[in-house]
Each structure stands twice: as structure tokens, then as C-alpha cells.
Design a protein around this ligand. Structure first.
Ligand code: NAD
Length: 480
């Protein structure tokens, strides 16, 4: 076992949990145990929430001016930046993300987010005076931190998705109890250690490891003021229902089944090379991927063929190797799930153009990049989120039908339009019911809101809109 992590991070201290339960992290690449992580008990969560509640009001935190908080965010960014390579490797070790992607998405993005929200903390107006409408006097509108935030994150981009939440929460003056996914807790503790070194006051960031039970306990906790969740739609529905009952603000970033609309005039090579990342990034384990490829019927075969050639040429292998494009899936359970969808696609009569099996490796939860052609949008592989390297090409007649198929989905998170006419691409992007969409590429912008419509979620992260989720507003009416 490479790592043994025995404590939780609560109130600025490393504490042994109250009960004796451990989470074993298994390497997705060689199936060997890599870490034993002590799991928190409900009483540890109680202690973490209490510490976050005290820190919220403590002068060391509540007394900081926004500029001081910005300095602290930048110090945390410096700490993380100094460990970019190690943190990237930690993600790859735990979830099988190709190391080149991990270096940017997990190593660099959290640093970028901290610096971006540090700059917003400096410029966001905390108190604003407005003249009363239709009367004398003024009203002061104040932005106050929403309070103690419970953050629950998944394993697919653990460090980036944590920072989508943590950076704006700290910029707003909130305090945090973070529960990472059991598959990826090591990086959350590495973050806590970095926060300690950066001088983040005790209780401002607390980390408790555990599974869905500990997550559910945190969601219900009376000392929590807001929940920020990224994960599956099923868990999101449960969390949303609980928060509704508790009248607790909640942001939910959930699943997706986004469409790539390939127009008649799209350049084949640009489209297919672009889809190698927009549709297959992180071994197909990203929520916004364009996994339904909508192809004009007359170009269907040509597009399927080119996608199959691209997918079969992607280097599948050890995710620690820089040339690897497709690593293993995160767990054997995830591989079973993906393989059951591949079997379903075949049973439903879709044409398997490439992949469908396991690559020739002795160990690891690998699945070959897989492309299906002639897929009907009503079939399960077109409707349900697979979360693996499996693409479904769906033929369409005319742009209106393409938009209708794109919108005929329970989800609405990402999407792409591929065309040599930028203006036309933009027109179509406007018509797709989704929270984000790219023309001829797809890449999140830290400065612009990200989130879903329909079953893909509620609320937005990133941009100033992401910061607004961590403020509550108070109006102070002043006579005269
Ligand atoms: P999951 O929902 O099972 O788990 C996510 C996190 O929630 C984990 O920390 C887990 O322990 C916790 N959890 C699970 N059930 C819970 C409950 N009832 N109450 C409280 N906490 C609970 O998801 P997963 O399978 O680990 O992650 C993959 C899913 O996440 C995919 O469906 C994917 O689409 C989604 N995802 C969405 C986004 C986005 O931004 N929209 C980003 C990444 C992943």
C-alpha cells in the first residue's frame, strides 16, 4: 500500500476519526490497493460543521477585508502551483485520468480558479447604496457570505470540481466542509495540507472522507447553510429534495448526454480531431461531453468511418505515460456499467464501427474507445449517460431535425456545433437547450457561467455568477 491516511482535517487539525473504518483506494490501472484512508463518522462531521460555524464568525476570518481574503486565495494558489506535478499524478493514480490532461485540468485549473476569484474578491462591491424608488432615503444592499457550505464532489475531476466551489466560497467569506468521493480522497487531504501551509485560518476548510452516507449526513446537518454538489443526477435529485424540505440553498451540477451537431459543411478532419477531446476526454468520464454525434444522413457513413479511425488510433494504456490518450475507467463497477451499455447498443441494432471490447492488457479497467453508427435517438445508448468512451452517431435530415434531436434529451449540459460557417454555428448554438455549447470546439471558460438545464442541474458555477451563489443579500433601508 503506497499511502495510509489516518486522519480527517477538522478545525485546522489532523484528527483521528471516531470510528475505525477505512476506505481502500484501488488503482484502476493495475487493480492493486494504493491507499487506505480513514473514513469519517457522523460525529466527525458534527465536529467539522461546528468548526466551520465558529470560523464563520471568528475575527481571524470574518474580520478579514475582501483584499485580505484575496491575498489568502493567492497564497493558497502559490502552494498548489508549487505542487502541480504531484497533484496531477495523485489524480491519475486514483482515477486513471491521462497525465497530460491531469496536469492541466487538475494541476493548473485549480490555481487559475483561485487567482481568478482572488481578483473578483477585490473588485466585487460588498455594499452598494441605491436611491429608494419613488421615495426619499437610500437602501444599502449588502452581500454577505451565505455561511457554512457543505461541498460534495465526484471522482472524475476531483481537484478542479472542488475548486469550482471552494475558490468562490472563500472569496465570498464562507467556510466549508468538503466531502470528496471515496475513490479520490487523497487529493482533498493534499488540498487541506496546502491550505494549512498557506495560513487559511482553522475551521475555514474542513475535509471529511466517506461515501454517500457521510454525504447524506452532511446535506441534512442543521449547521450547514448551503450545499454545493457535483455528481450523478440520481444523487442530485435526492440532495435537491432534501434541500427543498430544509429550504437550504443548493447548486447541483449533474449528468449530461450532450449533442455534437455536425453540419453539412463541416470539415471532416477538424470535426473528428475536435471530437477526440470534446467527446472522449478523460476516458469518456466528463459530464459535458458531446457523446451523441448528430450527422447529416448523406455524410453519416463518412463521419462514422472517420470517427472510428480516430478512436481506434487513440493510444490506450498506462495513464501515467504522457502519450496515453485513453486510460482505464475509474472502477470495475464503472467498467461493468459501460460494458452493459455496449451490449445494449448491439442488442438495439446499432452498427458497431470500432471498439466494443477490452484492449489487450492483463490488468486495469480498460474499455476500447467505441463508436456506434445508425443509432436511434430513442435507444438507451442515446438517452442515458454512459460515462465511458462510447459514442453514438445519429443520422438527421436537415438542420431543424438536428436541433430537435439535440433537444430531445432529459439533459442539457454541454454540446458542440461543427461547421465552416461560424455565423451559422452561432445561430444553431442559440437554439440548443443547454447550459453551455461550443462552436468548433468545447472548453470551459473560468470567467463564464457553467451548469445545466433540465436534469443536468440547477445553478451555475464559474464566472461572477459562480461567486454570487455564495452570497446572500441584505437590504438596509435608511431614512433620509
Ligand atoms: P455520485 O453521485 O454517485 O457521487 C458523487 C458524490 O456524491 C460522491 O462524493 C458520493 O460519495 C456522494 N453521494 C452519492 N450519493 C449521495 C447522497 N445520496 N447524498 C449525499 N452525497 C452522495 O456520482 P459518481 O458516480 O461518483 O460521479 C459521476 C457522476 O457525476 C456522473 O453521472 C457525472 O455526469 C456527474 N458529474 C457531473 C458534473 C457536472 O458538472 N455537471 C461533473 C462531473 C461529474
Amino acid at each position: 500500500m503506497k499511502y495510509a491516511h489516518q486522519s480527517q482535517f477538522i478545525d485546522g487539525q489532523w484528527r483521528k476519526p471516531e470510528r475505525d473504518q477505512t476506505i481502500t483506494v484501488i488503482s484502476p490501472t493495475d487493480e492493486r490497493p494504493i491507499a487506505s484512508v480513514a473514513a469519517a463518522s457522523p460525529s466527525d462531521v458534527d465536529a467539522a460543521v461546528a468548526a466551520a460555524g465558529r470560523a464563520l464568525r471568528a475575527p481571524e476570518w470574518a474580520g478579514l477585508a475582501p483584499e485580505d481574503r484575496a491575498d489568502l486565495l493567492n497564497r493558497l494558489a502559490d502552494e498548489l502551483q508549487a505542487n502541480t506535478a504531484d497533484r496531477a499524478a495523485l489524480t491519475t493514480l486514483q482515477n486513471g485520468m491521462p497525465i497530460r490532461l491531469a496536469t492541466s485540468a487538475e494541476g493548473q485549473v485549480p490555481v487559475k480558479l483561485l487567482r481568478y476569484y482572488a481578483s473578483l474578491a477585490r473588485t466585487t462591491q460588498i455594499e452598494e447604496r441605491r436611491p429608494r424608488v419613488g421615495g426619499t432615503g437610500t437602501t444599502m444592499v449588502r452581500r454577505e457570505p451565505v455561511g457554512v457550505v457543505g461541498m460534495i464532489v465526484p471522482w472524475n475531476f476531483p481537484q478542479a470540481l472542488t475548486m469550482f466551489k471552494l475558490a468562490p466560497a472563500l472569496a465570498a467569506g464562507c467556510t466549508v466542509v468538503l466531502k470528496p468521493a471515496p475513490e479520490t480522497s487523497l487529493d482533498a487531504f493534499a488540498l487541506a495540507a496546502a491550505a494549512e501551509r498557506a495560513g487559511v485560518p482553522a475551521g475555514v476548510l474542513n475535509v471529511v472522507a466517506g461515501g454517500a452516507d457521510i454525504g447524506a449526513y452532511l446535506v441534512d446537518h442543521p449547521g450547514v447553510h448551503k450545499i454545493a454538489f457535483t455528481g450523478s443526477t440520481a444523487a442530485g435529485r435526492e440532495i435537491g429534495a432534501k434541500c427543498g424540505r430544509l429550504l437550504r440553498p443548493v447548486t447541483l451540477e449533474l449528468g449530461g448526454k450532450s449533442a455534437a451537431i455536425v453540419l453539412d459543411d463541416a470539415d471532416l478532419m477538424t470535426t473528428v480531431q475536435g471530437l477526440a477531446s470534446s467527446a472522449l476526454l478523460n476516458n469518456g468520464q466528463a459530464c459535458y461531453l458531446s457523446t451523441r454525434i448528430l450527422a447529416p444522413r448523406r455524410r453519416h457513413d463518412e463521419i462514422v468511418e472517420a470517427l472510428a479511425a480516430m478512436a481506434s488510433e487513440l493510444t490506450v494504456g498506462d495513464p501515467m505515460e504522457p502519450e496515453t490518450r485513453i486510460g482505464p475507467l475509474v472502477s470495475s463497477r464503472q467498467r461493468e456499467r459501460v460494458e452493459s451499455y455496449i451490449a445494449q447498443g448491439k442488442a438495439d441494432g446499432a452498427t458497431l464501427a470500432t471498439g466494443g471490447g477490452r484492449p489487450n492488457r492483463e490488468k486495469g479497467w480498460f474499455v476500447e474507445p467505441t463508436v456506434f453508427g445508425d443509432v436511434d435517438n430513442s435507444s438507451r445508448i442515446a438517452r442515458e449517460e454512459i460515462f465511458g468512451p462510447v459514442l453514438a452517431v445519429i443520422p438527421y435530415e436537415g438542420v431543424d431535425e438536428a436541433v430537435a434531436i439535440a433537444n430531445d434529451s432529459e439533459y442539457g449540459l454541454g454540446g458542440t456545433v461543427w461547421t465552416s460557417d461560424h455565423g451559422k454555428g452561432l445561430d444553431i448554438a442559440r437554439r440548443v437547450e443547454t447550459g453551455s455549447i461550443g462552436v468548433n470546439f468545447y472548453a470551459l471558460d473560468v470567467g463564464a457561467p457553467f451548469g445545466g438545464v433540465k436534469s443536468s442541474g440547477i445553478g451555475r458555477e464559474l464566472g461572477p455568477e459562480g461567486l454570487a451563489q455564495y452570497f446572500q443579500l441584505k437590504s438596509i433601508y435608511m431614512h433620509g
